[in-house]
Design a protein around this ligand. Structure first.
Ligand SMILES: [Zn+2]
Length: 343
């Protein structure tokens, strides 16, 4: 995405461009040790949680802590579950009496569970008790309604793909990487059916693909790239090699990326190499050090939130200025912020 730099000037934390006053967009990658939980707090202070960690108290408490530190209130206005694996919707089922929930969004119940409710896992029954009513089934092309400010760019959160179907109404542009696709066969698991989202705030674009897998990633950006270039990429599927097809990653051309890996889950060598070769990328961040790789094979120590403690707990935070032109990332607590400009 191209922007004019004529009126932009940012000195450390404080933006001096018109429309940059006040809090901007905040994102918190909450460590759930190989699960996923992404908290977004909008400039109008709405809270969006995308996925919610493992079904254990550790992760529930970390979500509560992130809400307290970032949003200052125990309410989630929009709760989105990308798919039905317990590392993505586990901990929220423990939060029913401690958090006020607004609207729930998911991909709908799998047909097998509808046909035979006996197959439904206990975790899903806990989710149904939590929502206590119908949720919104997301489909490609849907947009989450968000409050807009009087100043500053429009904030949009759109669903690009869900249950394996893409938004065919997006024309897209030619993707030169499609010819490099190496087929890995059809993934019949729940992962490939993940809800895929794009958060846009002026020139800042943030891609979240849940645990989308290799061939579905190709379907999203081939033959046309329906996403465009992004600034921030939440690495798909914890950085596992069954996802993160270069056909997608290189078409997105992120400035930087954040990976929900665990010490022994994800951050696979092939994925790290795909990130390093991605056009325009400056660096990438990991929630944990991958204990199976050497230090030089993964993100440098200042980009790894939890290098030593397998239980982790340090988050990766992102702050996007009111104008959306620059953003900062740091490890919380104690990390040194790195600043990025948008495409
Ligand atoms: Zn997962």
């Amino acid at each position: 995405m191209s922007i004019s730099w004529g009126t932009i000037g940012c000195i450390m934390v404080t933006c001096v461009c018109v429309g940059c006053a006040g809090p901007g967009l905040e994102i918190c990658f909450i460590d759930t040790v190989g699960g996923a939980a992404t908290l977004i707090v909008t400039p109008e202070r709405e809270t969006i949680l995308i996925d919610g960690g493992w079904p254990i108290e550790r992760d529930a408490q970390r979500i509560l802590d992130a809400l307290r530190d970032t949003a200052r209130r125990p309410r989630i206005d929009h709760m989105i579950v990308t798919h039905w694996h317990t590392d993505h919707y586990g901990a929220i089922t423990l939060l029913g009496d401690r958090v006020e929930f607004g609207q729930f969004y998911d991909r709908g119940l799998p047909e097998a569970w509808l046909l035979d409710p006996a197959q439904m896992p206990d975790q899903m029954r806990a989710y149904q008790r939590l929502t206590s009513g119908p949720t919104i089934t997301m489909a490609a092309g849907d947009e989450i309604p968000l409050r807009q400010g009087l100043i500053g760019p429009r904030l949009r959160l759109r669903c690009l793909m869900a249950s394996g179907r893409v938004d065919e109404n997006i024309a897209g542009s030619p993707n030169p990487y499609c010819a490099q696709h190496e087929d890995k066969g059809t993934d019949l698991s729940e992962n490939g059916l993940s809800i895929v989202l794009l958060l846009s705030y002026g020139p800042f674009d943030f891609f979240l693909g849940g645990d989308l897998t290799w061939n579905f990633e190709r379907d999203l950006v081939c033959p046309k790239n329906r996403v465009g270039q992004v600034e921030l990429f939440q690495v798909n599927h914890h950085g596992l090699r069954s996802s993160n097809n270069p056909v997608l990653v290189h078409a997105l051309a992120p400035r930087t990326a954040v990976m929900f890996n665990g010490p022994e889950k994800g951050a696979d060598q092939e994925v790290l190499e795909t990130l390093r070769r991605s056009p325009g990328i400056q660096d990438f961040w990991q929630l944990h050090r991958n204990t199976r790789l050497s230090a030089t094979e993964q993100a440098p120590s200042e980009r790894v939130a939890n290098p030593d403690d397998p239980e982790g707990g340090r988050a990766i935070r992102v702050s996007v200025g009111r104008g959306g032109q620059v953003f900062r990332i740091w490890i919380d607590p104690g990390g040194e912020p790195a600043q990025y400009s948008c495409w």
